[in-house]
Design a binder for this molecule. Structure first.
Ligand code: PEP
Length: 246
């Protein structure tokens, strides 16, 4: 684990009703454990403001799962970065592989979203990752490097977080092993440092079937500065176990 304070981020995806938020917040409030990392929950947009209230007094930040590249306008169903900030959010995930797959989001669009997030004072968590076919073809490093270069906002990277999420490991129960994660993260760090001196400050998260049972090994992997957790972040006890693993 590097000197960067780890980030333990939960992505609830399109799951969660007010009652789920309440039981999660109650469990977090009753938690006697702790974490060396910063904690973040990205609930569905309908729960964003409620989550800010529910976590009041707890060391848990709240973030969005996506934002539009524009600050406002005629884009039915979309959410702008300033809206997330006004609701009390401080982070936003951009370029998650499910959005890239479901909505055809490109690296250029993800870059524009990350820039919109920064302009609104949010920290963007930029997701990149290879498919199984790309990994099997030996293309992993080239794919993630191209996606990273294409998705990063211009300028200062100090407020940017990058999540390496191999698409084949998301929601599948398959996890990249420590060697695979270390290889990709070392490459991403090298690329970040070559782009801008502030690349050293970028937290590199791993995401893909992170669970209580594998969190400690993943968080101890070189150049891993935290995790982005999907399914396991919905269960407070699992999120706590993952958070205490660093
Ligand atoms: C994710 O949604 O970013 C993710 C990594 O999901 P899971 O942990 O369920 O694989």
């Amino acid at each position: 684990m590097s000197a960067l304070k780890p980030l333990i981020a939960g992505n609830w995806k399109m799951v969660g009703l007010p009652a789920d938020l309440k039981s999660f917040a109650d469990a977090m409030r009753a938690w006697s454990g702790g974490s060396r990392g910063g904690l973040l929950i990205c609930p569905p947009a309908t729960l964003l403001a409620a989550a800010v209230q529910a976590f009041d007094g707890l060391p848990i930040a709240v973030g969005g799962q996506d934002c539009h590249a524009k600050a406002s306008g005629a884009h039915t169903g979309d959410i702008a970065a300033p809206m997330i900030a006004a609701a009390g959010g401080t982070f936003v995930i951009v370029g998650h592989s499910e959005r890239r797959a479901d909505h055809g989001e490109t690296d250029a669009q993800v870059k524009a979203k990350a820039e919109a997030a920064l302009a609104a004072g949010l920290t963007p968590i930029i997701c990149i990752g290879e498919s199984l076919a790309q990994r099997q073809a030996g293309e992993t490093l080239a794919v993630v490097e191209a996606s990273l270069r294409g998705s990063l906002p211009s300028g200062d990277l100090a407020r940017v977080v990058v999540a390496y999420e191999p698409v084949w490991a998301i929601g599948t129960g398959l996890t990249a092993n420590a060697d695979q994660i270390a290889e990709v993260h070392a490459h991403l760090r090298k690329v970040l440092l070559s782009i801008d001196g502030t690349g050293a400050a970028v937290k590199l998260l791993y995401g893909g079937s992170v669970k209580p049972g594998n969190a400690a090994e993943i968080l101890a992997t070189p150049d891993v500065n935290g995790v982005l957790v999907g399914g396991a972040s919905l269960v407070a006890a699992d999120f706590q176990a993952i958070a205490s693993a660093c």
